[in-house]
Design a protein around this ligand. Structure first.
Ligand code: PCA
Length: 380
């Protein structure tokens, strides 16, 4: 299932969507003026102006089609308003949506709304979103609650003689964690860090997880991680890398201001005794609770140990750069090295154990703030 912007290739499907509503009844929500526009091309052109904020009397608004890839059918429609005008602020909210009559009761509305919310957080940068439903619409209420809606109050909209009773709900921007993994390097054809990151679910505890693959390249990997973290306004960044030869999953305590490579990186750079940041401090402590992360992994029966050195290669480069970039902010950053996965060499862990370890770590980060103890205690 995917959200797409209206385009002429969907003209036939758009007309069919409209027809189904006109024949079977129901309110064509989340479709702008589609009900009164018989020509799909006219509606598509309107949606394009709407998105640029050029439709008179409308706030800027992104119209989506919710399309089932298997057969190209439009299952639902949704529009996401970039702002609220007086009417929307009282009755309409940020997001309107509908599922066509023949495709209801299959859970589509909830998943479509989840994608719409992602758009609000990532593309529009909204902090909270209002989603409303008619008081009598039980299915819609359940969809909103499932997506984290919190009931605010009920309002009555008068339209001439008639009136509608509307429940208002607010959904808050979830905490987002950027989790990065690395590409294969050093003659290997997989990197367990990216294999494991890819296998993580999209939400863990209170965190919405965003995944990013990094190149094994000094400077560039760090820049891409920092840029992405800013773009999605991450509350935490967890980078993961491979440490062949280690037996345990190892949360890293320290990033140091040093590049010293034995192996050329992906762009052929082999820095020797260079700083990561010329005027930067010698080192930073990770701002994630490394001790508790290690305990959480050990509790799963997976070998784990806090490490005091992330090395002097690209992984350390990323850790130091993140800690430097987000020093003094609320964005907490850390790094976890993982052993080879089975089949790569010895010692190794099954990929499933590495995935479980990362899940335990992320859940633990959700439950605690940064851990001042990790700055004082040595590893013993
Ligand atoms: N491990 C390397 C870089 C990429 C990776 O997965 C390191 O430990 O520096």
């Amino acid at each position: 299932m995917k959200l797409v912007l209206p385009s002429p290739e969907y003209a036939g499907e758009i007309a069919a969507y409209r027809r189904e509503f006109l024949q079977q009844g129901g309110s064509m929500d989340g479709a702008g003026p589609l009900r009164r526009m018989e020509d799909p091309l006219e509606w598509i052109a309107f949606c394009q102006r709407l998105m640029r904020g050029e439709a008179e009397d409308w706030v800027a608004d992104t119209q989506f089609l919710y399309v089932r890839e298997a057969d190209g059918k439009i299952v639902g429609m949704m529009d996401v308003r970039h702002d609220l005008n007086d009417y929307l602020a009282e009755y309409g909210g940020h997001i309107g949506y509908s599922v066509r009559p023949g495709e209801r009761r299959k859970g589509y509305a909830g998943r479509m709304l989840a994608l719409g919310l992602d758009y609000c957080w990532d593309q529009l940068g909204l902090d909270r979103v209002m989603v409303n439903c008619l008081e009598e619409n039980e299915a819609s209420r359940r969809t909103i609650l499932k997506n984290g809606g919190v009931y605010e109050r009920t309002v009555v909209e008068k339209r001439g003689e008639r009136s509608r009773t509307i429940q208002r709900y607010w959904i808050a921007r979830p905490r987002t964690m950027l989790v990065t993994g690395f590409a294969p390097f050093g003659g290997q054809n997989v990197n367990p860090s990216w294999e494991a990151v890819q296998a993580l679910p999209d939400t863990i505890g209170p965190w919405r997880i965003k995944k990013l693959l990094l190149p094994v390249t000094f400077g560039r990997a760090a820049r891409e991680a920092i840029q992405k973290a800013r773009e999605i306004r991450a509350g935490a960044v967890l980078s993961v890398g491979q440490a062949g030869g280690r037996k345990a999953v190892t949360p890293e305590r320290i990033g140091i201001n040093l590049r010293d490579a034995r192996l050329p990186d992906q762009e052929g750079q082999t820095p020797r005794d260079e700083p990561v940041v010329p005027e930067g401090p010698a080192a930073y402590f990770a701002t994630l609770p490394v001790k508790r992360m290690a305990e959480a992994v050990a509790a799963e029966g997976i070998p784990c140990q806090v490490s005091c050195s992330a090395g002097t290669y690209v992984c350390n480069d990323v850790l130091y750069s993140l800690l430097h970039a987000f020093n003094g902010t609320a964005v907490r950053c850390g790094f976890v090295h993982v052993p080879y996965m089975d089949g790569q060499g010895e010692p190794s862990l099954p990929l499933s154990a590495i995935v479980r370890a990362l899940e335990a770590i992320i859940r633990e980060i959700g439950e605690t703030g940064s851990d001042p103890q990790s700055r004082q205690q040595t590893d013993g």
